[in-house]
Design a binder for this molecule. Structure first.
Ligand code: CP3
Length: 362
């Protein structure tokens, strides 16, 4: 495995060391440094809203596409060609490392991840073995290819957080109420901790592969953790997420932590240790500033559904996000969750330009 170069011992983010990359607005904002304009990228910027994505993916199942380096490089690059975004996000899925260690799962179009044998007891944990870099050679190869292709545009690596991965594994698929997951968390705390521990190990290993291959930032997606009350987050989730951020801290790349419906958890998510806290569209960014401890940048948070309104509304709302984002120590503009598949790419293109124009020279 390639170990990232270390430029200097005093540098907290030594990995993104090429000057143009290091000084990119996205990485500067993550580090809470002054920026020439507010950086912007969109969760799910690569995907079904792009006709060129649909063409490349034709006839290739989702999980197979994530094992083909040429396809990963192409799909990751598509939104960077189309939009003035300040970062690329690696094309993969939170389920890829689970599949790579042999969990029998599929991603069903229009449904989401489906697990053949849900984990409901200690015996079920047996399938969760440690991930080795050799389990995901296509990730190492694709990240390496992308770093060359993207030049000064940073590449964000990512992984799913233990709670969100556990929810798929325990429920067997997408779930509204996370009933079985929470039943295990409340009623079988030892089993829960063992499951969360193994998933944290998996996440750490998957993130390390991406950073070692050249990713300049990472994002941990805890999409469904908003289902958990703050006290339960503190007791049953935070120890695992904070271990992930601790283990990645030494790699020298900014760490982003995002979840949906996490208004009541923002302070705790900050405590878990990331450099940047992602905010969904439900909490205005100036209020999020009050909820998250000092020393963090924020990312967010235009409601992705606003993109279906007339342009004047999109513009007014985007300017409002920028204005509130100015109260944060650093702000990365994003949507409050992923791009909806029926979004018009031209609106996203216009939005990226607007974010730059409206925030230049402040
Ligand atoms: O552009 C990007 O954001 C990069 C790629 C990316 C994908 N999945 C590709 C994908 C990322 C960052 C993810 C993360 C992911 N996957 C999350 C966390 C982010 C979030 O949205 O909250 C979650 C919960 C998953 C699990 C998952 N995978 C779901 C719920 C789905 C959608 C199922 C459906 O059809 O509605 C997927 C499939 C998926 N992952 C697609 C893409 C582009 C669509 C697959 C297709 O083209 O058929």
């Amino acid at each position: 495995m390639v170990v990232p170069d270390v430029v200097g011992h005093d540098d907290p983010f030594p990995n993104a060391h090429a000057p143009a990359l290091r000084d990119s607005p996205f990485l500067r904002a993550c580090r809470r440094e002054p920026v020439p304009h507010t950086p912007v990228w969109f969760m799910r910027q690569a995907g079904r809203s792009l006709p060129e994505y649909l063409r490349v993916r034709e006839g290739v199942p989702m999980l197979e596409s994530c094992t083909r380096p040429d396809m990963i490089v192409e799909i990751t690059s598509q939104p960077v060609r189309r939009y003035a975004v300040d970062a690329a996000i690696f094309y993969s899925d939170i389920m890829v490392p689970l599949k790579a260690i042999g969990v029998d799962l599929d991603i069903k179009p229009g449904v989401g991840p489906v697990i053949a044998d849900p984990i409901r007891d200690a015996a079920g944990l047996g399938v969760l073995r440690p991930l080795e870099p050799d389990d995901v050679p296509y990730v190492t190869e694709a990240v390496g290819g992308l770093v060359g292709e993207l030049g000064a545009t940073p590449l964000i690596g990512f992984a799913g957080a233990p709670f969100t991965l556990a929810s798929y594994l325990v429920e067997g698929g997408p779930s509204k109420n996370q009933e079985r997951t929470k039943a295990m968390m409340y009623g079988a705390p030892d089993l829960w901790d063992a499951l969360m521990g193994r998933l944290a190990d998996l996440t750490i290993a998957f993130l390390k592969v991406q950073v070692a291959a050249g990713a300049s930032a990472i994002q941990v997606f805890d999409s469904w953790v908003g289902a958990v009350a703050p006290q339960d987050y503190r007791e049953s989730v935070l120890p695992h997420t904070s271990r992930i951020f601790d283990e990645i801290a030494g790699l020298g790349v900014p760490r982003i932590h995002f979840g949906v419906g996490t208004g009541e958890l923002l302070g705790l998510m900050g405590e878990a240790g990331a450099d940047v806290v992602g905010v969904d569209w439900r909490v205005p960014l100036d209020e999020a500033v009050r909820r998250v401890e000092p020393g963090k940048a924020l990312q967010g948070n235009l409601d992705p559904s606003v993109l279906f309104a007339p342009w004047e509304t999109v513009e007014r709302r985007a300017r409002d996000v920028l204005a509130r984002g100015r109260t944060a120590e650093g702000h990365v503009f994003n949507l409050g969750h992923g791009v909806h598949p029926s979004t018009d790419p031209d609106v996203l293109a216009r939005l990226a330009d607007l974010v730059h124009e409206a925030s230049t020279g402040e």
